[in-house]
Design a protein around this ligand. Structure first.
Ligand SMILES: [Zn+2]
Length: 103
């Protein structure tokens, strides 16, 4: 299962946010990216050798942490996961909202 505790999590995030997948770019009118359901995340996990059943479990895990599509996996899963792990200890990090960039 690919979670923020997995040794390849950073690699997974970098791939998902990078060229060929979501491809986050700082455009003139703010950030732009591609998102196509969870197809990018599924493709990367398959590349990393995860079995199909593990991938569908993983997509459920992402959804539980606010990652219902590829870009939301990048935005939400890690902070949601850490907030869940920290329980009530870490209220100040508790921002689930993704702020719009200033235009
Ligand atoms: Zn998305």
């Amino acid at each position: 299962m690919m979670t923020p505790n997995h040794p390849q999590w950073v690699e997974f995030m970098n791939k998902l946010a990078g060229p060929g997948y979501c491809d986050f770019q700082r455009g003139p009118e703010g950030p732009t990216w591609m998102c196509n359901g969870t197809t990018f995340a599924e493709a990367i996990l398959a590349d990393m050798g995860f079995a199909e059943s593990a991938i569908s479990d993983n997509l459920e895990f992402f959804a539980e942490h606010g990652g219902f599509c590829d870009c939301e996996i990048v935005f939400n899963v890690e902070s949601s996961f850490h907030n869940a792990q920290n329980g009530d200890g870490c209220a100040e990090d508790n921002d689930d909202e993704v702020e719009e960039a200033d235009s």
